[in-house]
Design a protein around this ligand. Sequence first.
Ligand SMILES: Cc1cc2nc3c(=O)[nH]c(=O)nc-3n(C[C@H](O)[C@H](O)[C@H](O)COP(=O)(O)OP(=O)(O)OC[C@H]3O[C@@H](n4cnc5c(N)ncnc54)[C@H](O)[C@@H]3O)c2cc1C
Length: 443
Amino acid sequence: MKNVIIIGNGIAGVTAARHIRKNSDHKITIISGETDYFFSRTALMYVFMGHMKFEHTQPYENWFWKKNRIDLVKAFVKSVDTTNKTLLLDNNTTIVYDDLIIATGSTPNKFGWPGQDLKAVTGMYSRQDLDTITEYAKDCKRAVIVGGGLIGIEMAEMLASKNIPVTFLVREKSFWNGVLPAQESEMINRHIREHHIDLRLETNLVEILSDENGRAKAVVTDKGETIECNLVGLTAGVSPNINFLKESGIELGRGVLVNRHLETNIPNVYAIGDCAQQHQGIGERRPIEAVWYTGRMMGETVARTICGVPTEYQPGHWFNSAKFLDIEYQTYGWIWAQPRENEARFYWEHKDGKICVHFNYDKISRKFIGLNTFGIRLRHKVFDKWLTDERSVEYVLEHLKDANFDPEFYKQYEAEILQKFNQENNTQLVPKKKSWKRILNLA
Ligand SMILES: Cc1cc2nc3c(=O)[nH]c(=O)nc-3n(C[C@H](O)[C@H](O)[C@H](O)COP(=O)(O)OP(=O)(O)OC[C@H]3O[C@@H](n4cnc5c(N)ncnc54)[C@H](O)[C@@H]3O)c2cc1C
């Protein structure tokens, strides 16, 4: 029986603990400084907006941990001594380990802006951030959000839901255009503005000004403008939370460097989730992927290795989903902001400007490479299978019904989408009937 210590009670650490328990009798301890119990970070915004209570973001009952013999310690780890296999906690106790899993997640980026540590200046990552936003939103006349990614738009939605005017500073020419192709990016620009959010593209934060009590009172932009505000959200991306490991001898890049088995350079020390960095991205995947499901997959993978079945991390086909205010977004496979040389695109947008699909495929072989959808929800398993089977773009278009969650809704657009593709490509595609047999075979 080994003594396994996990630092971090997020999705990665908790999944590892659950699977180690399923497969072994090892002693398991999770140390985490943020909260007593695991909660769903992705649901924090709904707590703020009053859709749920914080307790409802906790997927397991409080008795679950004791019943499953997973010990919980609420503390921050200050340092790791890999020679003596001990951890020093911020309450000055030490803890020994046989196997150590680092699952410490991310921390919001700060770029040394003057005023970034003032009161009412906050990221939107932790439970504590949520408390800060809740407190300073109470008397907030205007909020400024700095950084246009998925968390920035969530924070804009949160504050707008309380009727707080929001100014949104985005460095890029168009929202999230490093990831989204121009059409989708422009659709989201329009959508943000329609929600009365004051979107300022190509605008950078220079400085945050303080009032006499050390609270933010305005931001200064690189356009020379001073915008009065009482709350500043810093949402310019996140970075792995690894500062406490600087002296540990564990090899670090931007994150904790790991091989395909999620092992670090130090025996018996592993890293998973947002804080882990692959030496080399797997296929086209980025070396660090700060998304929920990859944390869960890494947790499962490392648990197998620790329980005696060495297992490589295999993330499969890329997918992701998010919400831009009330528009749902899904992506499957690869569709870059700019097409590569071998790639062709097909884009369809509904006339209301809130629904679109964008296909990416190989010009010569016609192989389907990936797609973005906005406002239409599609089945993950179906797309995963089509990517594995290397289906053609024509096949995917003709069988879209199989992937569709909401046939009634989608039926209205299907003919239009195919007609546009046929016109642009001189083809005669016709929609194939939905086949439950094909769909159920995927389960
Ligand atoms: C607002 C928001 C919305 C998001 N929405 C989505 C979404 O819709 N879809 C999606 O895929 N992803 C989303 N994400 C990203 C997703 O939440 C993360 O990828 C995921 O939570 C990472 O899990 P993790 O277990 O690696 O780390 P975390 O969830 O960050 O957990 C790590 C834990 O370790 C603790 N810790 C850190 N350092 C120490 C230390 N030294 N000692 C003790 N404890 C420590 C931290 O306090 C934290 O509690 C969102 C993130 C945010 C912030």
